[in-house]
Design a binder for this molecule. Structure first.
Ligand code: PLP
Length: 402
């Protein structure tokens, strides 16, 4: 049974952050669940009380979080590893390739294809692989709002190794048809690495049905899980071909054998996990992911689309420039818009605890989530109108929101 909007809003009491201001920043930092503090306390109790025995709780907790995340991604239990951040996850994947292989699954493949609306960190990781022989091919978006899917698919050829792209774009919330890119990549034997950071938790995902090769993302945004607990999914049949050079003892088949011989990778996705995990972050992240899984992303998406539509109307009424897709089907959970003087207005709104952010070539980004009321959206826009009218408020400097 789908969760009703009233049930979604009933969770507000479990998110103390929501009483501190108008929280429209879940595309950047999800509100903190009350339960997260309890889980972190549990971690501390285990450390204090169980000494070294705490690992008997901690290691299953890492696997357990991977399974909760996996449920939201639409993949099987045991197929998701937890890593500190997306940059590390992408680097670990990149380290599986030598870009000059003369035999095996990746023979003759050196081309990396992605678009120029990718998240910067992903670009940095792959661009640097050029030093190791990768051939980087970046496809330009026509408008900076939509992913250039036709050109992207056309660029994927028999020499393509991997296509590391965002499912939902951070700057515009434009959403790509991931299945179409995966199908195209598979036609020529290439892999897709889908960054789901801006979709998981607000857009339903079915990565197993889409036959996605590899996926990653983090807990900081829509998952309401805080930093340090990113995830990496690998389709199980691919694992035997992936032997990361960036590795560590927990990626070994028998970490506690402390073998000094050749690396023997774990058979499952833990071959991608490297060294000791950020256990406190895993505990902090659990409550948010559990909430998303319990509420169901279908219900979250239905409310999100209704509210980004409402915001779009409020933006249109004011004659602002919309920098997100107008159509529901290709828009993620955020609405982006710009107007003259937007950066200064944004600073004042943040000072007044109307939490949102501002990005160059984008403008203001507002991300309503399952706990957001319509009244908060109206209140935000009314405050924005008031700030624009008052010239005196726009001169303060403040730190940009993360
Ligand atoms: C699509 C996307 N990927 C990655 C990141 C961040 O990567 P990392 O976890 O390495 O900080 C963000 C935002 O912070 C993002 O929006």
């Amino acid at each position: 049974m789908t969760t009703s909007e009233a049930e979604l809003l009933a969770t507000r009491a479990d998110f103390p952050t929501l009483s501190k201001g108008v929280h429209l920043i879940s595309h950047s930092l999800g509100a903190a669940p009350r339960q997260a503090r309890q889980y972190v306390n549990q971690y501390m109790d285990e450390w204090e009380n169980d000494s070294i025995g705490a690992w008997a709780s901690w290691l299953p907790a890492v696997r357990g979080l991977g399974d909760v995340v996996g449920g939201v991604l639409g993949v099987d239990p045991g197929t998701v590893a937890i890593l500190p951040n997306v940059s590390t996850a992408q680097s670990f994947v990149a380290s599986c390739f030598t870009f000059g292989e003369t035999s095996g699954r990746f023979k003759g493949r050196t081309k990396i294809v992605y678009d120029d609306v990718n998240f910067s960190t992903v670009h940095y990781v792959w661009q640097e692989q050029a030093r190791r022989g990768a051939n980087i091919h970046i496809v330009k978006s026509k408008d900076g709002i939509h992913s250039p899917i036709d050109a992207l698919c056309a660029a994927i050829d028999e020499t393509t190794l991997i296509v590391p792209i965002s499912h939902v774009l951070f700057r515009s919330s434009g959403m790509i048809d991931a299945k179409r890119v995966i199908d195209r990549a598979h036609e020529v034997g290439a892999l897709v690495l889908l960054d789901c950071y801006q979709s998981a938790g607000t857009v339903p995902l079915d990565l197993k049905a889409w036959d996605c090769d590899i996926a990653c993302g983090g807990s900081v945004k829509w998952a309401c899980g805080g930093p340090g607990a990113a995830y990496l999914y690998v389709r199980p049949d691919l694992l035997e071909h992936l032997k990361p050079m960036s590795t560590g003892w927990f990626a070994h088949a028998e970490p506690f054998a402390f073998e000094m011989g050749p690396m023997r990778y774990a058979a499952d996705v833990w071959r991608m996990i490297g060294g000791t995990m950020a256990v406190p972050a895993v505990y902090a992240a659990r409550a948010g992911w559990e909430t998303i899984a319990r509420l169901g992303v279908e219900a979250i998406r239905a409310k999100s689309l209704r509210q980004t539509r409402l915001l779009r109307e409020l933006v249109d009424q004011r004659g602002f420039t919309l920098n997100s897709p107008r159509e529901d089907a290709v828009r993620g959970g955020t609405l982006c818009f710009d107007f003259d003087g937007a950066e200064a207005v944004s600073r004042t709104l943040s000072q007044r605890k109307f939490f949102h952010d501002y990005r160059p070539q984008c403008g203001l980004r507002l991300g309503p989530h399952f706990y957001t009321t319509d009244e908060e959206l109206y209140r935000f826009m009314a405050e924005l109108d008031a700030v624009r009218k008052s010239a005196s408020t726009v001169t303060h400097a403040t730190t940009a929101a993360y």
